[in-house]
Design a protein around this ligand. Structure first.
Ligand code: ATP
Length: 356
């Protein structure tokens, strides 16, 4: 597959590249960044979302689709190839496209790692090989010790996750969720039981630069999650009466500046995650990735998820985050950092190292 994509890239006019993405998730960030670095931009979106991207003036061209899966359409891909378009993938690519086999366009990043991140087992294997500390996983409900978060395969954005503290509670809540149609019996069998880490959620947006051969910290954020962040507003006795469960649908993000002494844990994790990425999916990590973590009461970092692409939380770092400013001394944010890498790689004749 990589060979196929590199052959497509050979026909590209590197002096007239376009940067394209799907109009959603972090497209404002990506497209604005591309323009700041002098690229022409293409926004692939539905008629409804077009108004937003038009309003912000970040797209030089629009390709209107009925559905994001139309990106797999041959004619549309041909049009993008003719314009020497490099696609910048984000969360909506995982959510709406999923399989990348039919996407015959150069992607900035490593499409194979994007498959690793969406498969829970593969993701755990990656993180375990990297030796990062993760929440414990219980194989059976009977093994549960203490607060445990129950995750379902199909749950999007943490909707339907719940917290229990023993096996009987697990069966009780699962049964009532099956009865109310929220989950299926199959879901219950496939649920992941994970030690619940009581602490502070911290999301690190890193960038691995093949051009400079280094890991860069671009921004840090935390999420603003629907009912999980609303629970504190309701008195405990009312919570009990209303039988409220936290859901983790992400509504927005806040910027975070971390206690400086804690950065070392994040860089150690980032280093080993990048090292292992090279072993599991050649050529390894390229560009944006996010380490999603929780720091407990001892300020110990637990990694519970990883994304091998730009995450929406990095939007808090436009036009600059404290970290990207310290590193670059100018306004750099993830979308711009990606475009800068493409630009410098073209100058150095290294573009194929960023593409898969
Ligand atoms: P997304 O794909 O949007 O990241 P998801 O469905 O993969 O969501 P997670 O990110 O795994 O869900 O978890 C959703 C939320 O649940 C997290 O933001 C975090 O607040 C909480 N959470 C997940 N795992 C744990 C854990 N082990 N301990 C404590 N909280 C957790």
């Amino acid at each position: 597959m990589r060979e196929k994509i590199l052959r497509i890239l050979e026909d590209y006019d590197t002096q007239d590249l376009h940067i394209g993405t799907i109009g959603s998730h972090s497209a404002l960030n990506i497209l604005r960044g591309a323009k700041d670095e002098g690229f022409k931009t293409i926004c692939i979106c539905r008629e409804r979302e077009k108004a937003v991207y038009e309003n912000f003036g970040v797209a030089d061209e629009f390709l209107i689709v009925n559905d994001y899966t139309d990106l797999l359409d041959d004619k549309l891909q041909e049009e993008l190839r003719e314009k020497s378009t490099i696609l910048i993938p984000h969360g909506s690519f995982n959510a709406y496209i999923g399989k990348f086999d039919d996407l015959l366009l150069p992607i900035f990043g490593n499409r194979e790692l994007m498959v690793w991140e969406t498969d829970r087992e593969k993701q755990r294997e990656w993180l375990e090989r990297a030796g990062v500390r993760m929440p414990r996983r219980y194989d059976r409900p009977e093994d549960i010790e203490g607060l445990t978060i129950v995750k379902y395969p199909g749950a999007k954005g943490g909707k339907g996750y719940f917290i229990v503290s023993d096996a009987s509670e697990f069966y009780e809540v699962s049964e009532s969720m099956v009865k109310s149609g929220l989950i299926s019996r199959e879901d219950v069998k496939n649920a992941e039981l994970q030690q619940y880490i009581l602490g502070t959620n911290i999301y690190f947006s890193f960038f691995y630069s093949p051009v400079y051969g280094r890991i860069e910290l671009i921004a840090i954020d935390r999420r603003y999650e629907s009912t999980a962040d609303a629970l504190g507003k309701v008195p405990a006795k009312e919570q009990l009466k209303a039988d409220i469960n936290p859901t983790y649908t992400v509504i927005g993000n806040f910027p975070v500046v971390l206690r400086e002494s804690l950065l070392v844990q994040a860089f150690e994790a980032a280093n080993s995650i990048v090292e292992v990425s090279k072993e599991i999916a050649y050529p390894g990590m390229v560009g944006a990735f996010c380490i999603e973590s929780i720091f407990d009461e001892n300020a110990t970092m637990y990694v519970f998820e990883i994304s091998a692409r730009i995450v929406a939380g990095t939007n808090v770092g436009i036009p600059s985050s404290p970290y990207s400013y310290i590193l670059f001394g100018e306004n750099i944010y993830m979308g711009r950092r990606i475009a800068r890498e493409v630009r410098v790689a073209v100058e150095k004749g290294m573009l194929e190292e960023l593409i898969y």
